[in-house]
Design a protein around this ligand. Structure first.
Ligand SMILES: Cc1cc2nc3c(=O)[nH]c(=O)nc-3n(C[C@H](O)[C@H](O)[C@H](O)COP(=O)(O)OP(=O)(O)OC[C@H]3O[C@@H](n4cnc5c(N)ncnc54)[C@H](O)[C@@H]3O)c2cc1C
Length: 394
């Protein structure tokens, strides 16, 4: 038996024995996604049980090095693990900005002390992170950020404001872009720092959205002390780290485009709208729209898998992540539009049992944010034009 087959047999047995039945149910809403943290929010207590068991093997982040708590798996083993989890319908045990964004940046730019301090708690879901990038006058033009960090010897004093900080009110720590120097070009003088959200001087204020939820916050820093040991990389050179982290954020967001759920759109449409004698969806035009969507989704998933596998062997996706971010978020919007069409009137309801708590309508609204977060579609197209295709400025 090859090593990979042995690994598959062992992983299968372990998953069968350890994944609670309640965690073999599709994720229905954001509440079913386990983000960990000091005060974890759960829709079911088994979310933590499942996370703890997976974390013990490092399988919440299977490909991170064992030295930092990860699973130390190679990409073939990690793929087998994903397949075996999919086979029993196991939910991801943990989903966090620490895993998808900060971790990769720390692995590349952090010093040994920072990796040992922060990566294992991310693997175990003990610390929840938020992202302090955007400011009221620095969104797409992120390098215009103005939050200041003043040098006080062994620490900085941070003052300023961030906005659209997702889950800042639930996060334990923040990875934050601050300005340590104002004298050079706007891309110089930016530093990448980490600090505890419980530090005196940090305030968060939730921003309520049309969807009824409130993932966003305004985040204020008033004389927040940040030890210099929490500066990642060199002072004033944080822009490179910020961009690297964004490529991982964009890759993560683009994966929503390949998301499915247990039933395909075609199956959901057939159930809701009926089929003809040959078992095909009765509504002809919608049938071809759904078929095109499903083909595009399959092609996207296959391309993502191929390109990310190649990229992991090298330096990550780089600016090509913008192609995936753009296309994946457009696909996700198409999926949600189509879901509304096939589910009919009940999908439009907002609250109450008969409307499934507005799950479909809320997901449809949320998908709009996909093409804004992590850099808007227009900005991704600019990056693709300039940095992937090498086109000149207009
Ligand atoms: C769901 C969601 C979650 C988010 N979470 C976080 C978070 O956790 N942390 C965080 O720091 N930020 C977060 N953000 C903020 C997000 O990164 C910014 O909204 C985004 O970068 C756009 O910036 P802006 O909102 O200031 O829009 P602007 O930059 O003001 O853009 C407004 C419009 O102008 C267009 N535009 C701007 N410049 C150009 C250009 N050069 N060429 C063509 N068009 C242009 C944009 O595409 C957009 O349509 C989140 C946003 C969303 C929607």
């Amino acid at each position: 038996m090859s090593d990979l087959n042995t690994f598959r047999t062992e992983a299968r047995a372990w998953l069968e024995a350890n994944c609670p039945e309640s965690m073999r149910v599709p994720i229905r809403s954001f509440e079913d996604i386990y983000n960990g943290g000091r005060n974890p929010e759960m829709s079911h207590p088994d979310q933590k049980v499942w996370c703890d068991r997976m974390a013990e093997r490092g399988w919440t982040v299977p490909e991170w090095p064992k030295a930092y708590g990860g699973g130390g798996l190679n990409k073939e083993e990690a793929k087998v693990l994903r397949e075996e989890m999919a086979r029993i319908g196991a939910r991801p045990a943990l989903d966090s900005f620490g895993i998808s964004m900060l971790g990769p940046a720390l692995l590349k730019f952090g010093n040994e002390e920072q990796k040992l301090e922060h990566l294992p708690p991310i693997v175990r879901g003990e610390i929840r992170w938020c992202q302090g990038y955007s400011e009221p006058n620095a969104g797409s033009d992120l390098a215009s950020l103005a939050t200041r960090a003043e040098d006080k010897g062994d620490h900085y004093i941070v003052n300023g404001q961030k906005i659209w900080t997702s889950y800042a009110n639930k996060a334990d720590w923040i990875f934050c872009l601050v300005r340590t120097d104002n004298t050079g070009s706007k891309h110089e003088g930016i530093s990448f720092v980490l600090f505890d959200m419980a530090t005196p001087g940090v305030t968060t204020r939730p921003i309520k959205l049309i969807s009824g939820s409130s993932p966003f916050c305004e985040t204020f820093f008033d004389d927040v002390p940040v030890l210099k040991k929490n500066l990642v990389g060199e002072e004033g050179k944080g822009w490179t780290i910020a961009k690297y982290l964004l490529t991982h954020e964009r890759e993560m967001i683009s994966s929503f485009g390949a998301a499915g759920g247990k039933k395909t759109l075609g199956q959901r449409a057939a159930e809701n709208m009926g089929t003809d004698a040959s078992g095909r969806l009765r509504a002809g035009t919608l049938r071809s729209v759904i078929a095109q969507y499903q083909l595009d989704t399959l092609a996207f998933a296959a391309t993502m898998e191929k390109v990310t596998a190649e990229a992991k062997a090298g330096q990550g996706l780089g600016p090509a992540s913008s192609i995936f971010k753009y296309y994946g978020t457009e696909l996700n919007k198409r999926r949600n539009e189509l879901l509304l069409s096939v589910e009919g009137e009940s999908a439009l309801g907002w609250s109450g049992e008969e409307y499934n708590e507005g799950e479909i309508a809320r997901a449809w609204l949320r998908s709009k944010g996909n093409s804004i977060e992590g850099g808007t579609s227009e900005v991704q197209l600019n990056i693709v034009a300039k940095r992937v295709l090498g086109l000149p400025d207009a």
